[in-house]
Design a protein around this ligand. Structure first.
Ligand code: GLN
Ligand code: ZN
Length: 764
């Protein structure tokens, strides 16, 4: 019999109950007992959903209050002293590492949080000491949760992060120099103890995640697999299924001999179906293959026919007992259930599958290959119909969009003249001083703005009333910028809820969910829009507000757009056409917007691409270069329709460009604004080394904190920047948009910023 399995289930609950409970607990409005109860209720509910769906292998320990890697930090007692010394309750110590703690005389910042591979989920980075030791927690969470499920009559497969990934994803603590992987020998005894305890508790198999196996690995990491897994196999341990996802493992096949005595290997066959045959060839003689055929990263219904073919291929080689049907990764990255969506067009809703639906999908596929298609005929027929309907729908196929794409030429990607000629024109056209000052787009999103937006969404005020309110906000923003003496203005984005959703709502080809929340970090969830079809722009999206803003201001007004890659990355993309095609469609829509803005008198246009870097394929080499080529092309296509005298800006929320500087340079943006205030100014050296010819505004202060930087601090920061950048290249601006700030500190900080810029203007 072919079993079905789920690698992990979303934790938040249908109504983001975990988020609400966590936040209530942090605010002191919910007792710890009640929080624990709520978590237990959610775990049970999620196990039941899977059990009722008929899933054979149900995960446990996939739950986490904040993050599963953070769970392991505490589980192994890899807690830095600054947290353990605070003598907090275990759960508070845990949250202190996740989000910092500032209460009752304890003041510790959080541990670093970084993106989980190429997803929008963030994990807490394990942080090690030179003299690091490990010790298993007294009531190990994986054991407790296994027993909790068992008591409810549900046998689960606990999920652990593997020792190699746990170390490789970590770093030395500040001021420490330990290379995490050298800690393996110290860490392994803890895994031995934990696995034994799980076995004693009754766990027959354990899913051990080693996602680093899809990355380019240094030899020392590869060797660690051998050292680790020869110690974790034996009769006193549960059988281990080693799971990889978000990439292929073919380039790391030299690690496989060390893994052959494990019970099984899980691979992602949604992302890399082509690895199937070669992975089979590398399996040990009795080893199980867990075939990840149901997408854990996207919301589309699985194409059963294709998935069954894939699984059948594996069965032919391995036999039914050696194949498990699985989700490609944890379902953590998908929303909870489609049942909550009441507003989606029925046609489109039928194409989707969220976590709850995906658990049913693995079951159908497993039944189809076990007992033959007849056993699940209805499900297969309904699926074939949905897949067919989606493929032939007018929503997915817009001839006008395709025709336009076929006419895109190389020349459409290029500005008319090279930068020096453009800049000469821009400087006079915009009458810019040296060290021009500007901001990144958004101004404080006050309570009043949210109140009015809500009223408008609920139909409590008319569009006319809402528009008037927005105009009033823009008037105020312009007046404030007059007073501050900035050089290039922004309208402040009061009309925007979110930088991607705002555009998605104005483009054809997108749909929106009402409850399609996905955990981003801790209690923060995002609700990505979904690209369902060919994308086009029915009418201008931002011209009304920008035009009004330009009319009421004496200085150049900057138009503000979200770039094609960021729109795509922060959405659920289509899985039926390549992402480069979707990016080009977005680029063409934005190109029209850029040209319309220019025609409306907006001569500075910023196209934000903060997500460009996160789209980088996980491994260096051809894939990465291919991505950069189409990503850069779509940015250029969006921007290049303007006259030389119109200035194109772009913005990035980070400053590490070393590994893909050529792509940043290739964007050919007249001005780049980047986050820099918290990084070493030396990161700017790459611009000097590569003789970057265009203009740059490295952020001079951190916008994440209410702290007001002094004029002197900003001057010092600019002085550092001038070590690497020419005075005539430098713009003066904050790190990022100011929407999360209050006006009080914003005005104070920008006053100091303008004064610092003036100081250098006089000096040079
Ligand atoms: N223009 C956007 C803003 O100012 C940019 C946000 C971002 O880069 N994340 O809010
Ligand atoms: Zn930013």
């Amino acid at each position: 019999m072919v079993q079905s399995s789920v690698l992990g289930f979303p934790r938040m609950g249908a109504d983001r109950e975990l988020k609400k409970a966590n936040e209530a607990y942090w605010a002191g409005k919910l007792s710890q007992d009640d929080l624990l109860k709520e978590a237990k209720r959610l775990r049970l509910e999620h196990w039941k959903i899977q059990k009722d769906a008929g899933v054979d292998v149900i995960p446990s320990n996939d739950f986490a209050f904040y993050d599963h890697i953070l769970d392991h930090i505490q589980l192994f007692n890899a807690v830095p002293d600054r947290y353990s010394q605070a003598s907090l309750h275990t759960l508070d110590e845990y949250f202190a590492m996740g989000r910092g703690h500032q209460k009752d005389g304890v003041d510790v910042p959080s541990l670093e949080m970084v993106k989980w591979f190429d997803s929008n989920y963030h994990y807490v980075k394990p942080t090690f000491q030179d003299n690091q030791t490990f010790k298993l927690a007294s009531d190990p969470k994986p054991v407790v949760e296994f027993l909790e499920a068992k008591e409810a009559g549900i046998t689960t497969r606990p999920v652990l992060i593997g020792p190699v990934s746990f170390l490789a994803l970590g770093k030395a603590d500040r001021d420490q120099s330990v290379d995490p992987i050298t800690l393996l020998d110290k860490l392994l005894p803890v895994y031995v103890e934990l696995l034994q305890k799980l076995k004693e508790a009754g766990a027959e198999t354990v899913q051990i995640d080693e996602p680093v196996l899809v990355l380019d690995l240094a030899p020392k990491i590869k060797n660690a697999f051998k050292a680790a897994y020869e110690k974790l196999v034996g009769d006193s341990f549960p059988k281990l299924i080693l799971a990889t996802y978000f990439g292929d493992v073919v380039h790391n096949f030299d690690v496989f001999p060390a893994l052959q005595s494990l019970y099984g290997i899980h691979v992602d066959l949604v992302r890399n179906p082509e690895q199937l045959e070669s992975v089979i060839g590398k399996l040990g003689s009795n080893q199980i293959l867990s075939a990840g055929v149901v997408d854990g990263r996207n919301i589309w219904k699985t194409n059963f026919k294709r998935a069954i073919e894939t699984v059948e291929t594996a069965i032919q080689k391995l036999g039914k007992d050696r194949v498990i049907v699985a989700t490609s990764s944890s379902l953590l990255h998908t929303p909870h259930s489609l049942d909550s969506e009441k507003k989606l067009p029925e046609e489109v809703k039928d194409w989707f599958s969220f976590a709850v639906q995906k658990t049913a999908e693995v079951v159908v596929i497993a039944k189809a290959v076990t007992g033959g298609p007849a056993t699940v005929r209805d499900a297969l027929e309904a699926n074939a119909k949905s897949i067919q309907a989606r493929a032939s729908s007018e929503r997915t196929n817009n001839k006008a969009v395709k025709d336009r794409q076929s006419q895109v030429t190389a020349a459409m990607h290029e500005r008319k003249s090279p930068f020096p000629e453009r800049y000469a024109q821009q400087k006079t056209h915009l009458s810019l001083p040296n060290f021009p000052t500007t901001t990144i787009g958004s101004f404080p999103q006050t309570k009043e703005i949210r109140v009015q937006r809500n009223k408008f969404t609920k139909g409590e005020i008319t569009e006319e009333q809402y528009d008037k309110f927005i105009e009033q906000e823009i008037d105020d923003n312009v007046k404030i910028q007059d007073e501050l003496g900035l050089d290039v203005y922004v309208h402040g984005e009061p009309e925007r809820n979110d930088m991607v959703q705002y555009f998605g709502e104005r483009l054809d080809g997108y749909v929106f969910t009402t409850k399609g929340w996905v955990q981003s970090y801790g209690s923060r969830c995002v609700r990505p829009p979904i690209v369902v079809g060919d994308i086009s722009r029915p009418k201008p999206m931002t011209v009304k507000e920008s035009k009004y803003a330009a009319k009421v201001s004496k200085k150049p007004m900057k138009g503000m757009l979200t770039g094609p890659i960021t729109c795509l990355r922060w959405s659920f993309p289509r899985d039926d056409v390549h992402q480069s095609v979707q990016a080009q469609q977005l680029a063409l829509a934005l190109r029209d917007e850029v040209v319309d803005l220019e025609a409306a008198g907006i001569y500075v246009i910023q196209v934000d691409e903060p997500a460009l870097r996160e789209g980088l394929p996980l491994r260096s080499g051809t894939e990465r270069e291919k991505y950069l080529t189409w990503a850069v092309d779509s940015f250029k296509l969006a921007c290049a329709g303007v006259q030389d005298s119109t200035q194109i800006h772009s913005h990035f929320c980070y400053s590490e460009f070393q590994d893909f500087f050529h792509a940043i340079a290739a964007l050919d943006a007249d001005v780049l604004s980047i986050e820099n205030s918290k990084s070493d100014a030396k990161l700017l050296k790459v611009f000097e080394d590569k003789a970057y010819p265009r203009h740059i505004g490295p952020g001079v202060y951190d916008i994440h904190s209410p702290r007001v930087p002094s004029e002197q601090e900003i001057k010092d920061r600019i002085a550092e920047m001038l070590q690497f950048l020419k005075p005539e290249q430098l713009w003066v601006n904050p790190d990022c948009g100011l929407k999360t700030r209050q006006w009080k500190e914003t005005k104070a900080a920008l006053t100091n910023l303008v004064n610092a810029a003036k100081f250098y203007r006089e000096k040079y």
